[in-house]
Design a protein around this ligand. Structure first.
Ligand SMILES: [Zn+2]
Ligand SMILES: [Zn+2]
Length: 319
């Protein structure tokens, strides 16, 4: 295996891999729903027209990934690589994908592509497109060293975020932002379920001058402390009554299959707002190979903030 090889002449493992006829990468893939992900050697794709080849720097672990791994979402008829909060560096571009520069950092969200042609796509409601294809579900995602992405659905990322800090913005952040928009101008806001999305939405809500009440699993003192640290006026169990009437409540319930389809416009708005707040994400980092452990921790609700996979090569290659 190349990984273990050493050569005085070659300092860049990626370049060395490019020289190989079939370029390989490591990925955590789903072979069978309900079973743990398996580490596999997969071929690195060539970017087609409109596509970017990204070196994955970090990929968030989202609750939707659990639904995919568990087979609760209609499963594509092939092995898929999950992961739809990808922060990657552009290393190759197909034709008509040149507006992102080589070396630029981009974000890849859940909405991987749409038909571009139907009445929804043509009226700014692409999230409703019947032909929508999702990253880490229909399209191989970011639990891998490399990923292909449709450049039209990639986001430029705000400055000042490390890859692992930016990753949770791409789904948890977007979902929270969308939910907050739906809550209108509610001044007293309840947030039920204090996970990855809530910890971001709390910061945006405070920035907007709202008063925040956080409801966690009963007895989860750590999550309540976390919510208070992020500016909640009160935190308690979901079985408790709020200390004052709520104008609106946002429910981030773990039992709900939360396949939120968001438009590119939602993403652009939120990613422009995030550095102004500024949103700071709390992340717990796992190397790629420990994706199953990260998923288990998300399942049990034992992550304060968001779980993020990072690619070990990132550190191995530096210097
Ligand atoms: Zn469409
Ligand atoms: Zn997600």
């Amino acid at each position: 295996m190349f990984r273990g090889a050493s050569s005085g002449a070659i300092h860049n493992p990626l370049r060395a891999r490019c020289a190989e006829r079939v370029r390989k990468m490591r990925a955590m893939q789903l072979a069978e729903p309900g079973k743990p992900l398996r580490l596999a050697d997969r071929e690195i794709g060539k970017p087609g027209p409109g596509q970017l080849l990204l070196r994955v720097l970090a990929c968030g672990v989202c609750r939707t990934d659990l639904h995919i791994v568990d087979g609760e979402l209609p499963h594509p008829d092939r092995t898929v690589i999950p992961g739809h909060e990808i922060v990657g560096e552009v290393i190759e571009r197909g034709a008509r994908a040149e507006w992102f520069g080589i070396g630029e950092r981009v974000g890849v969200p859940w909405l991987g592509s749409t038909c571009g042609d139907c009445r929804y796509c043509r009226t700014g409601r692409e999230n409703l497109c019947d032909g929508a294809r999702f990253t880490g579900h229909h399209i191989d995602g970011g639990y891998a060293e490399f990923a292909l992405a449709d450049a039209r659905y990639c986001f430029a990322l705000p400055q000042g975020y490390a890859p692992e800090e930016a990753a949770p913005l791409l789904c948890a952040g977007l979902i929270g932002y969308r939910a907050l928009s739906i809550a209108g101008d509610a001044q007293t806001l309840g947030i039920y379920g204090f996970g990855a999305a809530a910890h971001i939405v709390a910061q945006v809500a405070r920035f907007q001058g709202r008063k925040l009440f956080a409801f966690t699993r009963p007895g989860d003192a750590e999550a309540q402390r976390f919510a208070l640290a992020l500016g909640a006026a009160w935190a308690g169990g979901s079985d408790a009554a709020p200390p004052e009437p709520l104008d609106a409540a946002i429910l981030f319930a773990p039992v709900v299959v939360s396949v939120a389809n968001l438009t590119r416009r939602d993403g652009e708005e939120f990613l422009a707002l995030a550095p102004r707040v500024p949103v700071r994400t709390s992340v717990e980092i796992f190397p790629l190979e420990r994706a199953n452990e990260a998923l288990a921790r998300v399942r049990e609700g034992r992550i304060n903030g968001a779980a993020v996979l990072v690619m070990p090569e990132r550190t191995a290659r530096s210097g």
